[in-house]
Design a protein around this ligand. Structure first.
Ligand code: ING
Length: 308
């Protein structure tokens, strides 16, 4: 039987400034779609909140101003050209955007098949930062203010010849994210991220941001026998620096390919899905080795309960 594989085109985006409108961003994304086609790609992974600047860095009192960063329909006038070009080129894609839905405001990612149909949706569950305005901080991180907690769980889908799932940015730092998908047999997790280089809570060297980003991807991949594809929105957005480091990580936990720049950049790699099975059948054969009867705290507790 031929090796099952997905030729991934991880599409890192450079900065999107407040002044950049969605149509200019969509043009950049269409250029990346065409490059992916030239590279014989199957599936293009765009970043989190890929249509606008990372607006949770700003405090906005007026809800109408906040809602201006959200999409009420998908596709819509701004993104229809992206859907049309992907369909014309026969490419699937992953897209992160701010979703304004009847049931709330969500930091959302969708999976679109080669025919332009939305076959999967995920809404970000781990929302970092704070909900209160912190005027003394150099920038805000108001995802807890602007987004509701995702209400779709961590689903996976049979698509592109395998079992695929999604998460978003901060989700990657929580092992539960990958494990819940691992327990559904996931073979590829796609995610976008916007990660500020500067930590406002405690001083740490910039290289450590990149280390923790890659560590999270590599651990999630290895411990669940899955490919992990992570696409950054990178570079300086109106002076606020976001890390790059878009990467494709194999089920071995090794980095198969990564971006070099902090600009629009395509990282292409043929991801052999059968590489997952070595880990799923042996060292991480969940059915054979896991002992959930001892894991109660993981779902019964939210925070830490220390011993007396
Ligand atoms: N951004 C950051 C991320 O999780 C962050 C927030 C950075 C949290 C560094 C903790 C440490 O990569 C988003 N958008 O979640």
């Amino acid at each position: 039987m031929s090796e099952r594989s997905i030729r991934i085109a991880c599409a890192q985006l450079g900065p999107i400034h407040l002044a950049d409108d969605r149509s200019a961003v969509v043009e950049r994304m269409i250029a990346l779609l065409r490059e992916a086609k030239r590279s014989d790609g199957d599936l293009v992974v765009f970043p989190e909140l890929a249509l606008t600047t990372f607006f949770p860095r700003y405090f906005m009192k007026d809800q109408n101003e906040v809602d201006g960063f959200f999409e009420t329909e998908m596709p819509n006038d701004a993104t229809a050209p992206l859907f049309a070009e992907a369909k014309r080129l026969g490419l699937g894609f992953h897209l992160g955007y701010a979703e304004l839905a009847p049931d709330g405001h969500f930091n959302t990612a969708i999976l679109v098949d080669r025919g332009g149909r939305i076959i999967g949706k995920y809404r970000k569950i781990h929302l970092p930062g704070h909900s209160d305005h912190r005027p003394e901080a150099p920038f805000q991180h108001l995802e807890k203010r602007y987004f509701d907690v995702g209400n779709l769980g961590f689903p996976v889908w049979r698509a592109f010849g395998g079992i695929v799932g999604m998460c978003i940015c901060n989700d990657r730092r929580w092992p539960e994210t990958f494990r819940v998908m691992g327990l559904q047999g996931v073979e590829m997790v796609m995610l976008g991220y916007n990660t500020p280089e500067h930590n406002i809570y405690h001083d740490e060297p910039a290289h450590r941001r990149m280390f923790h980003h890659l560590l999270s991807l590599q651990a999630g991949a290895y411990q669940n026998g899955t490919w992990v594809v992570a696409a950054a929105k990178a570079g300086s957005e109106d002076g606020h620096v976001l890390i790059g480091g878009s990467a494709i990580v194999a089920p071995t936990g090794e980095i198969a390919a990564r971006a070099q720049s902090a600009e629009d950049e395509l990282v292409v790699y043929e991801c052999g899905l059968d590489a997952c099975s070595d880990f799923k059948r042996n060292v991480f054969n969940f059915d054979k080795h896991r002992r959930p009867e001892h894991y109660g705290r993981i779902v019964e507790q939210t925070g830490v309960i220390e011993p007396d």
